[in-house]
Design a binder for this molecule. Structure first.
Ligand code: SAM
Length: 412
């Protein structure tokens, strides 16, 4: 074979420039230009870039809890994880972690799992101290932003998204968002009014507002979030609630540990129940403010014991068999509302010659004789990549209400 040095050099140059362009542009050239144009026409005047630099600086020195209670968090996390992993081994099919999230866990949580298995409280503390910027929160609204910000134009998109979320909140709620986010785990975001605020915090505050409106005057409501991620939603709801609310987080064990740390460190005045410490029964729902349990605990929860079930951007990432089982449990355990916010795109996964698929948002439907649909609408707080990936629509919100037993229907 004759090697043509000119074409070899040309191919090499193309490969290099492709690599360079992929690192530079945001999804495609048109989106990148739109992002820069929006920044210069809408947001440049806000002088947000210095605030962004400050928000993405290292904040670990600003969180230095030294008390016994804080140190006591780590052995509790290790015990809860050890018990959860032992029990996870025997769970039935729908409660096993689906392919998409098992792949995430395998590629991002190796170090966390090893530290927890070794029971090394000091290493766990160091990891948690910085979790928003560690691999463990990749795909979970923490490290994704930290990783993306390394790309030259992403800072403009971050500012655009932050202010778009802020304005949407203001417009729809009729007031400015009550922005707060704990300085736990070295968060990154825009520095605003003396605080680091990731744009995800704005969407958590917005959903918290929706949920609190639904709960109305219910005495001491119980909210259960399936796929609760890093705990940002739980924090926003508890921070905005003006009366006692119990928040139950259900997730896979590795992710649950990060959320447990985040919430326990951020809300030391609250009472926490972790897996294996006491049963998650109705009596304990009233005793604890925050209950963090692995997903497979769902069948153990009492009938009609949860006022609001919530799921955000996670049912549409799970295997359909799992979501169908979760829906049956929500029908049994729920006594009020079921609000979920998911995209409507179909996914398929292949593993060991078997094919799995998700349920797009419009197919995540509880039994209509048990829950009646109140409405479905375009969720207003979508990022640009969410709009691009999910058919230009981003996420949809679906609200269902449990039917109350009424008088038998009149005949004739
Ligand atoms: C994209 S994240 C969304 C997190 C959070 N809801 C939010 O809005 O920030 C998806 C979440 O679903 C969780 N998850 C994945 N499979 C699950 C399963 N089978 N049962 C419960 N949670 C699961 C993941 O661990 C992750 O926390």
């Amino acid at each position: 074979m004759v090697v043509n040095p000119v074409s070899t050099v040309y191919r090499g140059a193309r490969r290099l420039s492709g690599f360079f362009i992929r690192g530079l542009i945001l999804w495609d050239v048109r989106s990148t230009l739109a992002v820069i144009f929006t920044y210069f026409t809408e947001n440049r005047k806000l002088k947000a870039l210095p605030a962004l630099r400050k928000g993405f600086a290292d904040h670990r020195a600003e969180f230095r809890p030294a008390d016994e209670k804080y140190r006591g968090i780590f052995p509790r996390l290790i015990d809860a994880y050890t018990r959860a992993k032992a029990d996870q081994a025997g769970v039935p099919g729908p409660y096993r972690v689906g392919i998409m999230w098992q792949r995430e866990i395998d590629s991002h949580c190796g170090e966390l799992a090893a530290v927890l298995r070794d029971g090394d409280a000091d290493k766990l503390r160091a990891l948690m101290d910085n979790f928003h910027r560690e691999k463990i929160s990749l795909g979970l609204q923490g490290n994704s932003e930290w990783a993306n910000i390394q790309r030259p134009f992403y800072k403009y998109l971050y500012v655009n998204t932050w202010y778009a979320f802020y304005r949407i909140y203001e417009e729809l709620a009729g007031k400015q968002p009550p922005l707060q986010y704990p300085m736990v785990g070295n968060p990154a975001g825009l520095y605003h009014d003396g605080r680091v605020i990731p744009f995800h915090a704005i969407r958590y505050h917005y959903s918290a507002r929706e949920m609190l409106n639904l709960l109305g005057e219910t005495g001491h409501p119980v909210v259960a979030e399936i796929g609760s991620g890093l705990g940002g939603q739980a924090h926003a709801l508890l921070a905005n609630a003006e009366r006692p609310v119990t928040y139950l987080c259900l997730d896979i064990p590795e992710v649950l540990i990060v959320a447990s740390y985040f919430l326990m460190a951020a809300l030391p005045e609250k009472k926490f129940l972790l897996y294996g410490e006491a049963p998650p029964d109705a009596a304990n729902f009233q005793q604890y403010d925050v209950i963090l349990m692995p997903n497979f605990v769902l069948p153990q929860l009492g009938e009609q014991s949860v006022d609001l079930f919530f799921n955000n951007s996670s049912f549409s990432e799970m295997d359909s068999e799992t979501v169908r089982e979760y829906l049956r449990q929500i029908e049994r355990i729920g006594r009020g509302y079921f609000l979920h916010i998911n995209h409507n795109t179909a996914f398929n996964w292949r593993e060991d010659g078997r094919e799995f698929h998700n349920l797009p948002g419009t197919q995540v439907v509880p039994d209509p004789t048990v829950f009646k649909k109140l409405y479905q609408y375009h969720w207003p707080l979508n990022t640009l990549p969410e709009e691009l990936y999910y058919k230009g629509a981003g996420f949809l919100a679906f609200l269902y209400e449990k039917r109350r037993p009424g008088p038998p229907e009149m005949k004739g």
